[in-house]
Design a protein around this ligand. Structure first.
Ligand code: NDP
Length: 283
């Protein structure tokens, strides 16, 4: 019998812990502030930014929004980041992606002071994660680890297969799983015989971006299946990368979409903002 991993429950738990700590900081006269930059009017980006603002409100973190027009130049954006880097009251900075085409995303991400880079996208922080010397970890992969920890799912010695090798999910996911002493395989679009790897996996983490990509025949009995994907089905309904209805019966644990990994990303963002605030204030 499978168990559903409830990302809403775990993310609420994490946010309530963050809220408590933010309140304790408040008693010491320390505020935690997150600056969120959004450039242009991409509707999905607007939804994400609003969700982040709501999570800040729920945890007591001060959120500041910097909404810039689509025509903003790279120089103007870099100038804002430089100002926020200097501002003592600003603890965390994030720039909502994607950016308009005329702006070099990498340049912008790396312009954020690594001590304030709560998304953990900058090359300095990515490197720190890989060597295991970090204060904050990439939000989505760390969210997956938090889910597994919460449900007491041991990773040591387990055969973990990640499908997807992006810089924001697949690669940092591998680093965090290695830290947990899992044996890690990263698969991607050029992997020959993907099912060979997934059928031998104790834990499958799907981060592909294709609806119902992971099917029941790819999963061994008793596997843990974590679905990071966010897609729309034929009816416009949100769905993941896993054929949930058919795969679930084979699993010991499985995440739904929505309500699995999705809420965790923002919960970890709040945790990261708190962590950098504490570090900057020597708490
Ligand atoms: P990317 O498009 O950057 O990466 C997708 C990965 O899937 C690539 O590595 C690609 O391989 C691999 N892939 C594509 N087709 C196949 C295939 N046929 N077989 C095996 N591998 C394949 O996506 P992201 O990592 O940014 O996101 C993945 C999914 O997770 C998306 O649905 C996204 O919306 C979601 N997401 C969810 C988040 C959350 O908060 N829950 C946060 C971030 C993302 P290759 O490298 O060879 O092209």
């Amino acid at each position: 019998m499978y168990k559903i991993i409830d990302g809403k429950e775990v993310s609420s738990f994490i946010k309530s812990r963050v809220k408590e700590e933010v309140a304790v900081l408040g008693e010491k006269g320390i505020k935690s502030t997150l600056a969120v930059i959004i450039v242009g009017d991409d509707p999905a980006s607007r939804v994400y930014v609003n969700n982040k603002k709501r999570a800040c409100e729920a945890t007591g973190i001060v959120s500041r929004e910097y909404a810039m027009t689509q025509e903003t130049t790279e120089a103007e954006l870099l100038e804002l980041i430089s100002r926020l880097n200097e501002e003592k009251e600003v603890n965390g900075i994030l720039c909502q992606l994607p950016l308009p085409r005329h702006i070099d995303e990498k340049k912008v991400i790396d312009a954020i002071n690594p001590e304030k880079d709560v998304d953990v996208f900058s090359e300095v922080n990515v490197g720190k994660m890989w060597i295991g010397d970090y204060d904050v970890a990439s939000c989505t992969p760390k969210g997956v680890i938090e889910l597994l920890d919460y449900y007491g799912i041991a990773l040591e010695g387990k055969n973990c297969v990640i499908i997807g090798r992006s810089n924001i999910v697949g690669k940092p996911m591998a680093s965090l799983l290695l830290e947990k002493n899992a044996t890690v395989t990263i698969c991607h679009s050029r992997t020959a015989d993907l099912s060979f790897f997934t059928r031998n996996a104790d834990v499958i983490i799907a981060a592909v971006g294709r609806k119902r990509f992971v099917t029941a025949d790819m999963v061994k009995d008793g596997a843990v299946v974590i679905d990071v994907g966010i897609n729309r089905d034929e009816n416009g309904k949100l769905c993941g990368d896993v054929d949930f209805e058919n795969v679930k019966e084979k699993c010991s644990f499985i995440t739904p979409v929505p309500g699995g990994c999705g809420p965790m990303t923002i919960a970890v963002l709040m945790k990261n903002t708190l962590a950098v605030t504490k570090k900057q204030n020597n708490v």
